[in-house]
Design a protein around this ligand. Structure first.
Ligand code: GDP
Ligand code: IMO
Ligand code: MG
Length: 423
């Protein structure tokens, strides 16, 4: 099994590249997260945003698995599925859902909003999709799972959870809006999901491995949002790093072959939390405009900044990355000067290339190396050799500093705007 995951704060372009690679794989499997993810695929000029469905779904030969590590919002899932079915995509045959995937219940979204509100100025900037409350129920050992849908006592179990959630909302002084509508949508979605294929996913995926089939585990969010290793508390509630693929699918670490780390040629972040290379000037605005940096889920503007090598180095260590894919290279086409952060300067004046524990609590100044921009449109170029010299130098520097090859470079949002390179 190979893993493909984001090395930054999410939105690195995972969806585009998983869809591009999926024809090489028998299965694409999501292992964590839920509808906080928004993975964009551009196929033949048409844009699709997947939230919970793996990005292999547009390849008719590829099996897609929603793993046990995910938290699933059935209302959102139904919407996604209906849309795909209307387009003639074979979701009923090609999508499998783990019995152990946790459910996001109607009150989880409200709890997300209430808990964020209670944090005041310290809010995480959550996508408000109920992710954290659903994972809280999972680790609190009271969550409901996909397999429970088919049990006789599901409604009873649901009612018990609902009572607990409404009590918590009361404690948080949260006024519950349109509860009737929320519940109605939930039960409609439960009924719709009854005919989908729900499986013992750990057996299902290990059978694939046993048969020698290729599997790609598709990460959501990014390593710097990992609940253990991200810029805590400004993180999501799951392990977005490579280890999460093992627990989120039931696959042994011994079965992992390649770990592909995907990064943007610069950096973005949506929501609150530290971002050492963030730009607050015209350059940052220009990046956001050219890169169309608006969240695929919430539409919020993404914060933009230069590439951060200490952060990438850290992500590679945690994940055991074996190869790097650089995305959105074309966004830097018109910049005359491009910077890369090689170190951080701490408040006491010392320099480090490590991620400090106190990253969320102290100002960190990035130390940059400056490169001459290539100032040329590279989105039509099909080989690395034909790329401008200064672009080649930018790539070579990153490879050298991170001590990893970059065999793939993405130069546009479409499938074919992708350059393979011998390394
Ligand atoms: P994900 O969450 O990692 O799948 O990334 P998102 O889909 O949220 O955000 C990435 C955005 O960049 C999407 O709008 C993609 O269509 C777009 N994109 C992906 N790769 C490239 C690229 O190489 N160049 C440009 N210009 N856009 C890209
Ligand atoms: P993809 O898979 C970018 C961010 C939120 C917030 C924090 C916690 O598309 O890369 P949550 O709703 O998970 O409790 O929010 O994490 N976040 C993402 N940022 N891309 C994502 O997913 C994200 N999923 C969550 O903005 O700061
Ligand atoms: Mg996204």
């Amino acid at each position: 099994m190979d893993i493909l995951l984001g090395l930054q704060w999410g939105d690195e372009g995972k969806g585009k590249i998983v869809d591009f690679l999926a024809e090489k794989y028998h299965m694409v499997a999501r292992f964590q997260g839920g509808p906080n993810a928004g993975h964009t695929l551009n196929i033949g000029g048409k844009k699709h945003v997947l939230r919970q469905i793996p990005s292999g779904i547009f390849r008719s030969e590829t099996t897609n698995l929603i793993g046990n590590g995910m938290v699933l919002d059935l209302v959102t899932l139904k919407k996604e599925l209906v849309e795909l079915e209307n387009m003639g995509i074979t979701v009923r045959q090609n999508l499998f859902i783990s019995k152990k995937a946790q459910l996001i219940l109607p009150a989880h979204r409200l709890l997300d909003a209430a808990q964020e509100h209670a944090k005041g100025d310290h809010k995480i900037g959550s996508t408000l999709r109920g992710i954290s409350p659903a994972y809280q129920d999972k680790t609190g050992r009271s969550g409901l799972r996909m397999g429970d849908l088919h049990q006789k006592d599901f409604e009873q179990k649901y009612l018990e959870r609902k009572e607990d959630h409404l009590e918590k909302l009361k404690q948080l002084d949260f006024e519950v809006p349109n509860w009737g509508d929320l519940e109605e949508d939930f039960w409609d979605a439960v009924e719709y999901m009854m005919n989908f294929q729900v499986v013992d996913s750990e057996y299902f995926i290990n059978d694939f491995i046993q048969q020698g089939k290729n599997i790609l585990a598709e990460g959501a969010q990014g390593t710097l949002l990992d609940v253990d290793f991200g810029s805590y508390p400004f993180v999501t509630s799951s392990n977005t790093s490579a280890a999460g693929a093992c627990t989120g699918l039931g696959v042994s670490p011994r079965k992992i072959e390649e770990t592909i780390g995907v990064f943007k040629a610069y950096c973005t972040r949506v929501g609150s939390g530290p971002f050492p290379t963030e730009l607050f000037d015209e350059t940052g605005k220009k990046m956001a405009e050219i890169g169309r940096e608006f969240g695929s889920v919430t539409g919020r503007p993404r914060r933009c900044g230069w590439l951060d090598l200490p952060a990438l180095q850290y992500a590679n260590m945690i994940n055991g990355t074996t190869q790097l894919y650089m995305m959105k290279s074309d966004v830097l086409n018109t910049f005359s000067e491009i910077k890369i952060c090689t170190h951080y300067e701490l408040p006491d004046g010392t320099q480090t290339d490590k991620m400090p524990f106190e990253i969320a609590d102290m100002p960190i100044k990035p130390v940059y190396k400056t490169f001459k921009g290539w100032e040329k449109d590279i989105s039509e170029i099909k080989t690395f050799e034909a790329m401008p010299k200064s672009f080649q130098q930018y790539v070579a520097f990153i490879e050298q500093e991170l001590n990893l090859p970059i065999p793939l470079i993405s130069v546009g949002a479409e499938r074919d705007e992708t350059v393979w390179r011998k390394v």
